[in-house]
Design a protein around this ligand. Structure first.
Ligand code: ZN
Length: 245
């Protein structure tokens, strides 16, 4: 069962079917026990916490699977009394790391509604999982804004064009750098404020459509950046100019 569920650093004690779900009782291996849930440091035990807890794991066939284990509390010198860490899940999460990873992968490829139905979790839960996965990815990636020189800026609409997000990408790493609600100069200014004057000065190229709000923010914060307009708008403007003459 341990191999089937991909449970590592833990011992499977028993498996039972309970009200339509598979409940797998586990306990962390000795060296993984008694550690702070926040910093993973080994700590003195405190109490039994609120007893047994369950974490949703990856499904087996059509069955939903839950890992069940004690959730004792420890006293960390830095973080105080906290629930002890478990090897299979993030601190404070009700889902295993593998379940989080699955949802994180799915939301990049399908709608949130589809993900809710497919993995049988609530709408809000998907958001909470995404927040956990992104926070860990951010921590692992370090400072995303370091070494940025060539960026792209655009807007995307949602709610059928009633609301907009401003999106900034890094052309060299091909990664999303920053995203925020709104599409105006003030919104984009938040990004350049975050980037700071030193890094703004190193921005050499900005791709964008012909929007005035992008142009004004870029020329204010990155005076040395060349602005590269997208071919679609350039061709459209040239077509209109030709029509006019
Ligand atoms: Zn700690």
């Amino acid at each position: 069962w341990g191999r089937l569920l991909g449970v590592e650093q833990a011992v499977v004690e028993s498996v039972c079917l309970d009200a339509g779900v598979v409940v797998v009782s586990v306990r962390p291996l000795r060296w993984a026990r008694g550690r702070c849930g926040v910093c993973q440091r080994r700590c003195a035990g405190y109490d039994a916490g609120r007893g047994r807890r369950r974490w949703r794991s990856l499904d087996v066939g059509v069955w939903r699977v839950f890992l069940e284990a004690d959730a004792p509390r420890v006293r960390c010198l830095v973080h105080g009394v906290v629930v002890a860490s478990v090897p299979w899940a993030r601190h404070g999460a009700g889902h295993t790391r593998q379940f989080d990873a699955l949802v994180g992968w799915l939301v990049r490829r399908m709608s949130k509604t589809a993900v809710c139905h497919l993995v049988r979790v609530g709408w809000r839960t998907v958001g909470q999982i995404v927040a956990r996965v992104v926070a860990d990815a951010d921590a692992a990636a370090g400072d995303r804004l370091a070494g940025v020189t060539r960026i792209g800026i655009d807007e995307v609409s949602y709610r059928r064009g009633h609301k907009y997000l401003t999106v900034v990408v890094d052309h060299d790493t091909r990664r999303l750098l920053w995203i925020a609600e709104g599409r105006d100069s003030a919104t984009l200014s938040q990004f350049f404020e975050l980037l700071g004057p030193d890094r703004c000065a190193k921005v050499s190229l900005v791709t964008a459509d012909g929007a005035e709000w992008i142009f004004s923010a870029v020329s204010r914060y990155c005076p040395r950046a060349r602005i590269c307009l997208d071919p679609f708008h350039v061709v459209m403007w040239a077509g209109k100019a030709l029509d006019a003459v």
